[in-house]
Design a protein around this ligand. Structure first.
Ligand code: NAD
Length: 282
């Protein structure tokens, strides 16, 4: 595989594009939102430059990686890549429609992958005619830093596709963990109660946001649950929680909390809007 396409240039798509370019792949990015696409290369470039400033990336590698990045305004053109990674919002119908369109125009050998946090890989693969060349590649936020990638196989994913994905993950400097298509896979299943219990404590007035975060950090977590929700985006966090809850047929331990909905409806989405559980404007 030489050419990778990333569909959706939001938080995750940009990070995936960055690590792919640094891993030596030719990378093309696509987004339906003109402004997001227009800003993508600048933002990815700035993130690479930050890596140089911190001594994590050498200057030559940075220049070469930036030269391997480009945008396209055509989904059909993006679909010509060897590996297409989708990172659009967590909405089953949106992703299914997108994959059906990609499947119709992509060459036979192209592997389609989703960065979904919680949706079923089989349900997404079902919208294509290439279940054997379809899988989940679940990166974590921030994608250019977090080492883990869940490689999720659907019922029809072939061994060749898994091997090609494993090679890609290794080449972009990440560690693959292989898992089956179960709701929330491994990490998000474990993470749901981490957020859920903290939200319940907050709702019951047990402690405030900084205290809960501070306590969890004191026992070794790098970030508290509320800091992490703000980083992920309260909207993304709510839709993933909702989707895991539904996937387990309303299992109470995965139930979303009213605070999550309140945050989203009031536009306090976290870092990306300048305010979430914390204020980032000052
Ligand atoms: P985001 O909202 O930051 O970005 C989504 C991007 O997709 C936007 O730029 C939007 O314009 C674009 N988009 C919307 N519809 C599109 C379409 N039809 N075609 C092309 N582009 C389209 O979202 P995100 O946080 O990057 O999440 C993307 C995916 O990654 C979701 O499935 C999410 O569950 C998953 N994910 C998110 C995180 C996280 O922490 N944010 C972590 C792991 C996985």
């Amino acid at each position: 595989m030489n050419r990778v396409a990333v569909i959706g240039t939001g938080t995750m798509g940009r990070g995936i594009a960055q690590v792919s370019a640094l891993g030596g792949y030719e990378v093309v990015v696509y987004d339906v939102f003109e402004q997001a696409l227009a800003n993508a290369i600048t933002l990815i470039g700035a993130s690479i430059d930050q890596g140089v400033a911190r001594g994590k990336i050498d200057r030559e590698t940075a220049v070469a990686a930036k030269a391997r990045l480009c945008i396209t305004h055509s989904l059909d053109e993006a679909a010509q890549a060897d590996l297409v990674i989708e990172a659009v919002p967590e909405d089953l119908k949106l992703k299914q429609d997108l994959f059906a369109r990609l499947d119709a125009v992509a060459p036979r050998h192209t592997i389609l992958a989703s960065n979904t946090s919680s949706l079923s890989i089989n349900s997404l693969a079902g919208s294509t005619h290439r279940g054997d060349r379809f899988l989940g590649l679940h990166f974590f936020n921030p994608a250019h830093i977090m080492k883990l990638v869940e490689v999720i196989t659907g019922d029809d994913t072939s061994a060749e596709t898994v091997a090609a994905a494993a090679e890609y993950v290794a080449r972009v400097g990440k560690t693959a963990v292989f898992c089956k298509d179960t709701p929330a896979f491994i990490v998000n299943r474990v993470a749901r109660p981490f957020y859920g219990e903290a939200l319940r404590m907050l709702g019951e007035g047990v402690a405030d946001v900084p205290t809960i975060d501070r306590l969890l950090k004191s026992v070794g977590f790098p970030m508290g649950p509320f800091e992490l929700i703000d980083l992920i985006g309260c909207d993304v966090n709510l839709s993933v929680t909702q989707s895991v809850y539904d996937a387990y047929f309303q299992e109470p331990k995965y139930r979303p909390h009213p605070i999550q909905r309140r945050m989203v409806e009031s536009g306090r989405l976290g870092r990306k809007t300048g305010r979430g559980f914390y204020d980032y404007q000052h």
